[in-house]
Write a protein that binds this ligand. Structure first.
Ligand code: HEC
Length: 288
């Protein structure tokens, strides 16, 4: 399990100081506005802020909004650092479980080109399920042990599923079920509320200040922020899934880190992914 190292915490504490100087988050959209109206306003905010960035590009995060980082990225992509994960992921994906069944048997369309529909609301549990959650459920239902949802083999499998969805726009569904809407609203609340001692929210860093430099980083716009997952990050030196990225950022906004499969994180990812409906999947990705 990955928890932020003291060094990460120190670096991030400095981000927070910058954020407090930089950030004035846009006023939160009025409560109880319907998700589709909110999505349109959310996207319009970023299209107006970055008029030169094409819709298809938002999933490239910092590289979409900063020219010099884009150049470095193009060079890095000659030998993409996530290639090893794709190789490992394809080998694992094709290997049958001990009972003879396969990952492909657990997913719609054999798992091909479906990543853009995750996270999903599952009526039977009344909860949101992420892609990694679905992969682990598939394993457990077939008698295998669950994987660490943050990195390693799980990231490699997520990379394979993302690769087969490249170019397909996020298509997150909020079914007509009050529990699904409630999950979305809890995710929205998580994104905008300033809870921790530092008084910053996700929005404080990824809305208005998107594209600005925070120490060595360019802040990714919240629009399309899940589209490149899983990612290889040089400062991790390894691959990380959506939840690894969300949890490393979220400890800045919460006093206590949550468990990787905590419902709060799943709801947050549901909200963020829904906001990106229409933005194509570009993962797996790479970050400095
Ligand atoms: C104090 C500022 C700050 C806060 C608060 C913050 N982040 Fe971040 N976040 C960053 C920085 C810096 C990075 C690394 C640069 C980048 O990719 O934006 C980052 C990266 C990310 C990424 C990866 C983006 C990419 O394209 O690789 C995601 C996803 C993310 N943050 C989500 C969140 C969420 C969700 C929250 C709230 C729980 C949050 N962040 C809170 C500063 C912040």
């Amino acid at each position: 399990m990955i928890t932020p190292s003291p060094r990460d915490r120190f670096a991030l504490a400095r981000y927070v100081v910058c954020a407090l100087l930089l950030a004035t988050a846009p006023a939160k959209a009025e409560d109880k506005i319907d998700p589709e109206t909110e999505r349109k306003a959310f996207q319009a905010f970023f299209f107006a802020k970055f008029p030169k960035v094409a819709k298809e590009e938002f999933g490239n995060g910092p590289y979409a909004v900063n020219e010099s980082m884009r150049k470095q990225w193009k060079e890095m992509m000659e030998f993409p650092p996530y290639e090893f994960a794709l190789d490992e992921g394809h080998a694992e994906w094709d290997k049958p479980f001990a009972n003879g069944r396969r990952y492909a048997d657990c997913f719609d369309n054999k798992g091909q080109g479906v990543r853009q529909t995750y996270p999903r609301f599952i009526a039977a549990t009344g909860q949101v399920e992420t892609l990694e959650g679905a992969i682990n459920r598939c394993r457990v239902e077939n008698g295998e042990k669950p994987l660490d949802p943050m990195t390693g083999l799980m990231a490699s499998l997520a990379a394979v599923m993302s690769e087969s969805s490249q170019g397909k726009p996020f298509a997150i569904v909020i079914p007509d079920d009050p529990r699904a809407l409630a999950a979305y609203e809890r995710g929205e609340e998580f994104f905008y509320s300033r809870k921790g001692q530092l008084g910053v929210s996700c929005a404080s860093c990824h809305m208005s200040p998107a594209g600005e430099r925070m120490r060595g980083d360019i802040l990714a716009p919240a629009l399309g922020i899940m589209a490149a997952m899983p990612i290889y990050r040089s400062d991790w030196g390894s691959m990380g899934t959506s939840i690894r990225r969300l949890s490393t950022c979220s400890f800045m906004t919460r006093a206590q880190p949550l468990k990787a499969d905590d419902e709060d994180y799943r709801d947050l990812e549901y909200f963020l992914s829904y906001m990106s409906n229409g933005i194509p999947i570009v993962g797996p990705g790479t970050r400095p």
